[in-house]
Design a protein around this ligand. Structure first.
Ligand SMILES: [Zn+2]
Length: 187
């Protein structure tokens, strides 16, 4: 099992909110988030929606702290999540697969989501570094992402945002400039 792959759950949840747009306004929005996660299925209630929104805020705070370089704060927040949402691993074999690891199959959906996410983020940070956690710098975007570039230079969630004004361009000398390709001098 690739534990770090569970960190994608954090991206999916945090990015349900972009500025004023919020996909988790109702239970339909929560169902849409979980539709491709069969191990996180089941009956959901409004208290689950509230818990997922709270988890979303906690996860966003981790990305915000990491993106501004406050690593200790980001890790403190993550460790708090790990304490509140411990994983209960089980070794299992089914559907012709070899023995493999499963996480909590019991508990509420927000608890299961939080346990997997916290474990995934912890593995991601330990394996690849906390500076992989990114926050889009385009004004009004607020999406988070994992920076997979070799030199950890990613600043935007997407090409679309890279073409928009940066919210931090004025105060970040390292913010990327728009590079105009050099003309071929022979033409
Ligand atoms: Zn963006």
């Amino acid at each position: 099992m690739d534990l770090a792959s569970y960190a994608d759950l954090a991206i999916d949840l945090v990015n349900t909110q972009r500025g004023r747009q919020d996909d988790l306004r109702d239970l339909e929005g929560l169902r849409a988030l979980l539709v491709h996660r069969p191990h996180l299925g089941g009956r959901i209630a409004h208290r689950d929606l509230d818990a997922m929104r709270e988890l979303r805020a906690q996860l966003r705070a981790i990305f915000v702290s990491a993106a501004r370089g406050d690593e200790d704060d980001a890790v403190d927040r993550l460790n708090t999540l790990l304490i509140h949402h411990p994983v209960h691993p089980q070794v299992s074999r089914h559907d012709g697969q070899d023995w493999h690891l499963h996480f909590n199959e019991a508990g509420s959906i927000p608890d299961r989501y939080a346990a997997r996410t916290a474990m995934g983020l912890a593995a991601k940070i330990a394996d690849q570094g906390i500076d992989r956690l990114g926050l889009c710098r385009a004004e009004g975007c607020e999406r988070v992402f994992f920076d997979t570039t070799a030199n950890r230079s990613r600043r935007y969630c997407s090409d679309r945002c890279a073409g928009r004004p940066s919210v931090t361009a004025a105060c970040h000398p390292s913010a990327p400039r728009v590079n105009v390709p050099a003309r071929d001098s022979g033409q």
